[in-house]
Design a protein around this ligand. Structure first.
Ligand code: OKP
Ligand code: ZN
Length: 343
């Protein structure tokens, strides 16, 4: 087993996010991945840590709109105090393709942005790219048959970022970029998303793809972010019909109810016969998380790994959310202990 990290991920550190008309401190702290990494060192497991390699941008552009990737990269030229934090969102039926409307001021209008929970500055690209490299390095170890179990400490997270949009703290979809590589080299891949929120970006990227199954357990979108996506009648389209499974859950559920639903999800994944499993792991399902509204306990994260392990294929776990900074290290460790048992 290996745990992948990159020091560069910390570079992206917005100060604020808008939430229901209030300007709040940015909840997605830049130390999130590092906190889990420090726990590994503290527990004497330094030997399983590995720094990420760098991959060409083509790996991202295989599943992300190349124009959006280039736009985020172009933001490296912003002034030190300048940032892209739009409050205008051009509607897509007016501007279906940016190439046809090249006069749009992308740094002002949130053309690629779907919410006000993200801010891009000159350091964002480097950190977001590093986060994707962390996921790709993990996928590489599995593809080359060097490892069967890998945990990529990605941050910023990725599952809200789609083919042509970013938002919800997510810039590039780390899990999707990695899953695509796995599917190219390995055959069918399943993505199990156990973050509190629905991964609308991951769903978007694979919605018409038959070779990647997306299964997500999340707070019911009629009540929780992202509000418009994650309902159980979203099942995939065209060749991807049937390869998208959403399991919306009510607020307040604990280990017991979650376990039942997770077992159901794993059963559906097994029927798909994937050759590899990507887990989008969010710790915002924790009982003390300031954003998520489930009541999972620390010990349960180990169980999540063990239940997912029943699929019986190589696993790439990718970090998504988890905002209770005080307990993130021990929740991360619990999950890692489960992964270790799968080896
Ligand atoms: C990202 B991930 C609370 C507003 C929450 C964004 C939530 C993004 C979650 N002030 N807005 O899925 O953990
Ligand atoms: Zn989340």
């Amino acid at each position: 087993m290996k745990i992948i990290y990159s020091e560069k991920e910390k570079l992206h550190r917005p100060e604020h996010e808008w939430s229901y008309g209030k300007l709040l401190p940015y909840a997605e702290k830049n130390t999130r991945a590092e906190i889990i990494k420090k726990g590994i060192i503290k527990d004497g497991m330094k030997n399983i840590l590995m720094e990420a390699n760098e991959y060409p941008l083509d790996y991202l552009k295989a599943v992300i709109n190349p124009e959006m990737v280039d736009f985020v990269k172009s933001c490296e030229e912003l002034e030190p105090k300048e940032s892209v934090f739009p409050h205008v969102f051009p509607y897509r039926d007016f501007t279906p393709e940016f190439t046809e409307h090249p006069r749009i001021n992308l740094k002002k209008a949130g053309y690629y942005c779907f919410d006000v929970g993200i801010e891009i500055d000159k350091d964002t690209f480097e950190a977001a790219k590093a986060s994707t490299d962390v996921a790709l390095t993990g996928a590489g170890l599995i593809i080359n048959k060097q490892e069967k179990i890998v945990f990529s400490l990605c941050r910023p997270p990725g599952h809200h970022a789609g083919y042509s949009f970013f938002g919800g703290y997510c810039i590039f979809n780390n899990a999707a970029v990695a899953a695509h590589q796995l599917s190219m080299h390995y055959g069918p891949v399943a993505i199990l998303d156990v973050d509190f929120h629905h991964g609308n970006g991951t769903q978007d990227i694979f919605y018409e793809q038959p070779n990647v199954l997306y299964v997500s357990l999340h707070g019911d979108p009629s009540q929780f972010y992202p509000f418009f996506s994650g309902f159980d009648d979203e099942k995939g389209e065209k060749l991807g019909r049937g390869t998208n499974i959403n399991i919306p859950l009510p607020s307040g559920i604990g280990d017991y109810e979650y376990r039942e639903n997770l077992k159901y999800a794993v059963k559906q994944i097994k029927k798909f016969h994937p050759q590899a499993l990507v887990i989008s792991i969010g710790f915002d399902t924790f009982e003390k998380d300031p954003i998520g509204e489930f009541k999972l306990t620390t010990a349960f994260y180990k169980e999540i790994a063990l239940i997912a392990g029943e699929v019986g294929v190589p696993i790439l776990a990718v970090l998504e959310g988890g905002y209770d900074i005080a307990d993130l290290q021990k929740n991360g460790k619990s999950f890692i202990m489960g992964l270790k048992e799968l080896e």
